[in-house]
Ligand binder design. Structure first.
Ligand code: COA
Length: 180
């Protein structure tokens, strides 16, 4: 089992089928704020939906097409942080969410830092990006805190709730990450 220590009490782990019930509870606890920004939350309602995610995560990890990891605090699921991989174009794209109770502690920023080190180091990616809806200031703050550059705005490019919103794209290159 992949376990990735981030802090003394925080680790990233590849999801397992036994995590399904707890993960669904965490999603349900945060449903309103997740549905605001993450479209997948609208189609994740049952244990079977979560199991499909777990199976996809494990399959994608083998190829590897993506790292879909869960954030655990002292053994309890508090969110997710992952990176989709585009091998041909040598880039990764990071996504995340965390339980409302655990925001404001830099946990997600630290998880992203670990993914960036791994992506630029082990996977030799050339670039990593973060995309978020224009109104999602807390998500954009993570990219900025990590030294990503704002690269542009994609107009009406992201579905949030029932509307198409503008989307901000932030990126960092391997040369910048090594330097910074
Ligand atoms: C986006 C989201 C993950 C951001 O969570 P977050 O808690 O703000 O992010 P971090 O864990 O990196 O914490 C950063 C905060 O911790 C503070 N912090 C405390 N210790 C810190 C540390 N050691 N390192 C960095 N930041 C630290 C920062 O100052 C910042 O606080 P602020 O927001 O009051 O300025 C969260 O709001 C969320 O889950 N939103 C819903 C889902 C979502 O929008 N996902 C993204 C879609 S694109």
């Amino acid at each position: 089992m992949l376990r990735w220590p981030i802090r003394d009490d925080i680790e990233l782990r590849l999801p397992e089928e036994k995590d399904a019930d707890e993960l669904l509870e965490a999603i349900d606890r945060n449903r309103d704020r997740l549905e605001e920004w993450l479209h997948w939350a609208h189609s994740t309602h049952t244990r079977e939906d979560v199991l499909s995610f777990v199976r996809m995560a494990r399959k994608d990890f083998q190829k590897p097409d993506a790292l879909h990891l869960l954030i655990f605090e002292r053994g309890a699921i508090i969110g997710s942080c992952g990176m989709l991989l585009n091998e041909v174009n040598s880039f990764g794209e990071i996504g995340y969410w965390i339980d409302a109770e655990c925001t404001g502690k830099g946990i997600v920023t630290d998880c992203c830092r670990a993914l960036l080190d791994y992506g630029f180091g082990e996977l030799r990616l050339n670039r990593v990006q973060i995309r978020c809806a224009t109104g999602n200031a807390r998500s954009a703050a993570i990219a900025k805190r990590l030294g990503f550059q704002h690269e542009g705005t994609h107009r009406q490019a992201i579905r949030t709730n029932d509307r198409l919103d503008d989307e901000e794209c932030y990126g960092v290159l391997r040369s910048e990450w090594v330097k910074g």
